[in-house]
Design a protein around this ligand. Structure first.
Ligand code: UDP
Ligand code: MG
Length: 148
């Protein structure tokens, strides 16, 4: 089953959106496979965002991600990478549709509350980086009520 890496950024934590965000993924029917609450350091944040290292906003992005604790999660389900991105909404909250997390809870692109992997391959890399110890092994007993 497909997995994605989701991170509630420091602004999402500070603003008390942790329960709301987890609830949206849970209620959709996806399964929580990994969860931790932690601070990351600069080197780790730079590794997570390595693909963006040449961007003008890179240093500010790293500062933002290390500015407080984050909630790192692995969610599992059919098409969870693509659907997770839809639940999150467009990168710039000015373009995120109402009903998405960024559309409902964010205004500025540099304070957009949440990260989600953009492809199955980046999800695999990000899960390996954030959860080198692996994730929980379980399957929800609700599965037959969610999948036909
Ligand atoms: N970002 C920014 N300014 C920009 C573009 C991106 O501050 O002009 C930040 C924003 O927090 C975004 C993150 O960099 O979520 C990663 O950028 P990416 O293009 O990967 O967007 P995402 O995949 O998070 O939607
Ligand atoms: Mg991205």
């Amino acid at each position: 089953m497909e997995q994605t890496f989701i991170m509630i950024k420091p602004d999402g934590v500070q603003r008390g959106l942790v329960g709301e965000i987890i609830g949206r993924f849970e209620k959709k029917g996806f399964s929580l496979k990994g969860l931790k609450f932690l601070n990351v350091d600069q080197a780790f944040a730079e590794k997570h965002y390595a693909d963006l290292s040449s961007k003008p906003f890179f240093n500010g992005l790293v500062e933002y991600i290390i500015s407080g604790p984050v909630v790192a999660m692995v969610w599992e389900g059919k098409n969870v990478v693509t659907t997770g991105r839809k639940i999150i909404g467009a990168t710039n909250p000015a373009d995120s549709a109402p009903g998405t997390i960024r559309g409902d809870f964010a205004i500025d692109i540099g304070r957009n509350v949440i990260h989600g992997s953009d492809a199955v391959e980046s999800a695999r890399k990000e899960i390996g980086l954030w959860f080198p110890e692996g994730v929980a092994n379980w399957s929800s007993s609700l599965q037959p009520w969610i999948y036909e």
